[in-house]
Design a protein around this ligand. Structure first.
Ligand code: NAP
Length: 563
C-alpha cells in the first residue's frame, strides 16, 4: 500500500502521491518500475508525448539509430527481458528501440501510471508540507514527497533564430520533432542545416530520395563508420548465455561498452603500427576509434593529431572532389573526438552524388530564411523543404522549460545562472527531495545511457527506501559537497582536451549559455563507486531530516506503508 489521497491547501484540493516522475523515456519507465513495483509507492509519470520513448519517441528522422551495440543499449535489470527480446541489428534503428520501450512498458504494466500528452509546467517546493506541488498544462495539480526529473539530456531542440525565421513557405522539419508518418522527399529540393551526429545519419537517406539536397555546414566533423549489420544469431546466443558477464564487462569499461584493443599511447607506436591499429579500430566501427584505440588521444594534442589525420585521410579517400573533401575535413587545430564522434553509414560517399551540394556556411553564413528557401552571404537557395538538424539545448533545456522552484521560491534557473550546480549530478542544494536522472555533472552522455540510467534509478529508489524506512522527510545536497563535486568534475575535464572544443558538452552551442563542462569524465565505474561510498557513509554530503513536527504522523505512516 502507499500514499494516494486528496489534500486541502490554500489554493484548493490537489491529489497526493508519493513520487512524481517527469518523462517516460528509458529513465522514467525504469524509475516508475522501481518506485511502484519494488518500493510499493504510488508514483505518477507525466509525459508530454502521446507515447513512451522520450528521445526515441521524438527523434524519428531517417537514419536514427543507436551507436552503442543493441545488446548493450538496453536494460539489464530483468534477466527475463534480456532473454526474451531479440534485436534484429547490431545497432538498432529508432523504430526498433521504440518498439522495445513499448514492449517494456507493457511487460511491466507501466502505462496505467503514465499521464501522456501532459506537460509539467511548474514544480514548486512547499515548505509547510515539505512536498512538491506539481502543475501540468492539462490543469492537473499533484502533490508529492519526491520529484524525479527524467527529462533526458538531449530533449530540448536548439532552433537557431535566423533572420526571417518562420517565413519559409515550404515545409520545415526538425529532426528532434519528426512527423510520426514520416516525410516523403521524393522530387523535392531539400536543404539541411547542421552536420552533427543527427545530420550525418539523416543526410545519406534524404539524399537517396530528394531531387536535390543542399547540406549547410558550419563546422566539419570527424566521423567513423558505424559498421552496422544484421544481428548474428551466434553472437546473440552467446550474449544471452552470458549476459551477466557482458554487463559486468560494460561496467568495467570507461563508457559502459567494452573495447578490447585499447593501447596506452599513440605516441609509443611507430607511424606504421599506429595506422594499422587505427585501421583495425576503424573497421571495427562505432566508438572503437574514439575510445577504444589509444588511451591518450583525448588527453594529448600530439597523440590526438595522429587520429585526426587518420580520419582526414579516410575522408579524402572517400570523397572524389578534392575541394569538397577538404571542406569536409576538420582543420588542424580542431581536435578529433573532443566533440562527440558521430558514427556514419555512407555519409562521406553521399557527397559523390550528383544531387548533393555542400554549402560552407562558415565562410558564407546564413543571412536570412526567405519565403522560398534561404540566403547565405554568397548565394540564394531555392528549396521545397528545410530540415533543422541543429542539435539540442542539452542537459538544462528541458528542466528550464518547467518553472521549478525550491526553498524560498528560488527558481532552478536562477540558482544555476552561472551553470548547473549539482552534487553527483543527482541533486542540487535548495531543492529537497528532487532528483535528476543522468543530470549535469554525472557521466550521462559519455556513458552507455541505459546502464547509467539504471544506476541512477537504483540509487534514487534505494535512497527513497532508506528515507521511508527511517521515517525521514527530506534529503538535500549540501553546498560544500556540491562545490567539491563541481571542482572534481572540472578538474577531470580539464585534464582532457574536451573542454577546449565548442561543444554542447559545455553549452557552447547555445548563445548566452554559461560555458561549463557538464559531464563527469571519470568513467562510469568510478562514478558508481563514489555514489555507493556516499551511501555507505550515511549519505555523506546530504542533509537528511525527520521533517516538521506536524508531519511526523505522516512520516510514520509513510514508513509503515512502504515497509
Ligand atoms: P549537434 O552535434 O549539436 O550538431 C548540430 C549541428 O547544427 C552542428 O553541425 C552545428 O554546427 C549546426 N548548427 C547549430 N546551430 C547552427 C547555426 N545557428 N547555424 C549553423 N549551423 C548550426 O546536434 P546533433 O547532431 O543533434 O547531435 C547531438 C547529440 O545527440 C550527439 O552528439 C549525440 O550525443 C546525440 N545523438 C546520438 C545519436 C545516436 O545515438 N546514434 C544520433 C544522433 C545524435 P556547429 O558545429 O558549427 O555548431
Amino acid at each position: 500500500m502507499s500514499l494516494n489521497t486528496q489534500v486541502n491547501t490554500d489554493t484548493g484540493s490537489l491529489n497526493q502521491v508519493d513520487a512524481i516522475v517527469v518523462g517516460a523515456g528509458f529513465a522514467g519507465l525504469y524509475m516508475l518500475h522501481r518506485l511502484r513495483d519494488q518500493l510499493g509507492l504510488k508514483a505518477e509519470v507525466f509525459e508530454s508525448a502521446d507515447g513512451v520513448g522520450g528521445t526515441w519517441y521524438w527523434n524519428r528522422y531517417p537514419g536514427a539509430r543507436c551507436d552503442i551495440p543493441s545488446h548493450h543499449y538496453s536494460y539489464s535489470f530483468s534477466e527475463e527481458l534480456q532473454q526474451e527480446w531479440t534485436w534484429s541489428e547490431k545497432y538498432a534503428a529508432q523504430p526498433e528501440i521504440l518498439s522495445y520501450l513499448n514492449y517494456v512498458a507493457n511487460k511491466f504494466d507501466l502505462l496505467r501510471d503514465i499521464q501522456f500528452k501532459t506537460r509539467v509546467t511548474a514544480a514548486v517546493y512547499d515548505e509547510a508540507s515539505q512536498c512538491w506541488d506539481v502543475e501540468t498544462d492539462t490543469g492537473r495539480r499533484v502533490r508529492a514527497k519526491y520529484l524525479v526529473l527524467a527529462v533526458g539530456t538531449l530533449s530540448s531542440a536548439n532552433i537557431p533564430q535566423f533572420k526571417g525565421h518562420g517565413s519559409f513557405k515550404g515545409k520545415t522539419y526538425f529532426t528532434g520533432h519528426w512527423p510520426k508518418d514520416g516525410v516523403d522527399f521524393t522530387g523535392k529540393r531539400v536543404g539541411i542545416i547542421g552536420t552533427g551526429a543527427t545530420a550525418m545519419q539523416a543526410i545519406p537517406l534524404i539524399a537517396e530520395e530528394a531531387a536535390h539536397l543542399t547540406v549547410f555546414q558550419r563546422t566539419p566533423n570527424y566521423a567513423a563508420p558505424l559498421v552496422n549489420e544484421p544481428m548474428n544469431a551466434d553472437i546473440d546466443r552467446q550474449v544471452k548465455a552470458n549476459y551477466r558477464e557482458v554487463r559486468d564487462a560494460a561496467w568495467e569499461s570507461f563508457a559502459g561498452v567494452p573495447f578490447d584493443k585499447l593501447k596506452p599511447s599513440a605516441l609509443d607506436d611507430s607511424q606504421a603500427q599506429r595506422e594499422a591499429h587505427y585501421a583495425t579500430c576503424w573497421n571495427d566501427g562505432g566508438f572503437s576509434l574514439w575510445i577504444g584505440s589509444y588511451g591518450d588521444i583525448l588527453f594529448n594534442r600530439e597523440a590526438n593529431e595522429t587520429a585526426a589525420e587518420f580520419v582526414r585521410a579516410k575522408i579524402r579517400e572517400k570523397v572524389r572532389d578534392p575541394a569538397v573533401a577538404e571542406l569536409l575535413c576538420p582543420p588542424v587545430g580542431q581536435a578529433y573526438g573532443t566533440k562527440r564522434q558521430p558514427c556514419e553509414t555512407g555519409y562521406y560517399e553521399t557527397f559523390n552524388r550528383d544531387n548533393v551540394t555542400l554549402a560552407d556556411i562558415k565562410r558564407a553564413p546564413i543571412e536570412e530564411i526567405t519565403a522560398t528557401g534561404l540566403r547565405t552571404a554568397s548565394a540564394e537557395y531555392e528549396l521545397d523543404c528545410l530540415v533543422y538538424a541543429t542539435g539540442f539545448d542539452a542537459f538544462t533545456g528541458s528542466m528550464f522549460k518547467m518553472d521549478i522552484r525550491g526553498r524560498n521560491g528560488q527558481s532552478l534557473q536562477d540558482r544555476w545562472s552561472a551553470g548547473p550546480r549539482t552534487y553527483l549530478g543527482l541533486a542540487t542544494h535548495g531543492f529537497p527531495n528532487m532528483f535528476m536522472i543522468t543530470g549535469p555533472q554525472s557521466p550521462s552522455v559519455l556513458f552507455n545511457m541505459p546502464l547509467g540510467i539504471e544506476q541512477h534509478c537504483e540509487w534514487i529508489s534505494d535512497c527513497i527506501e532508506h528515507m521511508n524506512r527511517n521515517g525521514l522527510q527530506t534529503i538535500e545536497a549540501n553546498t560544500e559537497y556540491e562545490d567539491q563535486w563541481i571542482a572534481h568534475v572540472k578538474e577531470i575535464a580539464d585534464s582532457t582536451l574536451l573542454p577546449k572544443a565548442d561543444s554542447w558538452y559545455l553549452g557552447a552551442n547555445i548563445p548566452g549559455k554559461p560555458r561549463v563542462f557538464l559531464v563527469y569524465l571519470g568513467g562510469g565505474k568510478q562514478y558508481k563507486q563514489i555514489c555507493n561510498e556516499v551511501v555507505a557513509k550515511g549519505y555523506q554530503g546530504f542533509t537528511l531530516t525527520a521533517g516538521h513536527a506536524h508531519n511526523s504522523a505522516r512520516q510514520k505512516s509513510d514508513a509503515a506503508l512502504v515497509d
